[in-house]
Structure formats: structure tokens, C-alpha cells
Design a protein around this ligand. Structure first.
Ligand SMILES: [Zn+2]
Length: 151
């Protein structure tokens, strides 16, 4: 092989690896989103219909995880989003009245609270997409506690 042929095959190899990586990443995010979508439309996953019901559900499920429900501010939002956050010493769990307004979404957000995902500065970056989010999705959809914090 000449120098150019060698260089050419290296470039082709790199292109192949990059393309594979992009496809893998796209597949990963499709899987993550897809699992949540299937869970959101599943008839086995019950809808949460009111603030009172949400408070009850959070109380029960937080206790099951060893969390103190009194430290969690619960918000049933008619127009807002579903998320977990931290304000000072208090945790916030908001459930938006949309497609994913379901009990399993409460589990998802409680998983973030339990594993202290909201405490982290980098929670919007790689940690969120490759640790916090897949961990919460596995718990939400399958009830699996993969990679949970010990305490
Ligand atoms: Zn999440």
C-alpha cells in the first residue's frame, strides 16, 4: 500500500467508527425515550388525577424508598412539567398533567431525589444523560435499582 492508500483506509476506518458511534448514541436515546413513552401510554401505569392523590402517592412511595415525605414539596401542575429539583434543604417533586402524569413518573422523580441527582452541578450534562436518567428510567419502567446510592 502506498502512503495515500494507507491514509485513505485510516480515514475510512475513522468514518466507520464515528458513524457507528453516532448510530449507537441515537439508538441509546431512542431507547431511553421510547421506554418512557411506552410506560406513559401503558394502561398498567395508573394516572394521577389530583394534588391530593399525588401527595398520597408520593408519601407511600417515598417511604418505601426510605425517604422522608415531609421533606418533599409536592406540586400537581396542570400546565407545568414533570421534574424533581432541590430548593435549599427541601426536595421538590412536580408532576405535570400531561401524557406522563402517571404513578411510574412519580417513581422516576423519586429515584432522582433518592440518588441525589438534583444536588449535582453537572446534572445537566453527561451525568444526567448517562447515569441519572437511565437509572431513573430502569426504576420507572422495570422497578430495577441499578447503580443506586447505598444510603
Ligand atoms: Zn429523569
Amino acid at each position: 500500500m502506498t502512503y495515500w492508500e494507507t491514509l485513505n483506509s485510516i480515514v475510512k476506518g475513522v468514518e466507520f467508527v464515528v458513524a457507528g458511534g453516532v448510530c449507537g448514541l441515537a439508538g441509546y436515546f431512542t431507547l431511553l425515550e421510547g421506554l418512557q413513552f411506552i410506560d406513559a401510554i401503558s394502561p398498567f401505569n395508573k394516572k394521577v388525577k389530583s394534588q391530593a392523590q399525588l401527595e398520597k402517592v408520593v408519601r407511600e412511595r417515598a417511604q418505601k424508598l426510605g425517604l422522608n415525605p415531609n421533606n418533599i414539596d409536592v406540586k400537581y401542575s396542570w400546565i407545568g412539567e414533570t421534574y424533581a429539583d432541590k430548593r435549599g434543604e427541601r426536595d421538590i417533586l412536580s408532576l405535570g398533567n400531561g401524557l406522563g402524569c402517571k404513578i411510574n413518573s412519580v417513581d422516576h422523580e423519586l429515584c432522582h431525589i433518592k440518588n441525589r441527582d438534583c444536588d449535582r452541578e453537572e446534572s445537566k450534562d453527561w451525568y444526567y444523560y448517562f447515569v441519572a436518567e437511565p437509572r431513573a428510567v430502569l426504576y420507572e419502567v422495570f422497578g430495577l435499582k441499578v447503580g443506586w446510592k447505598k444510603k
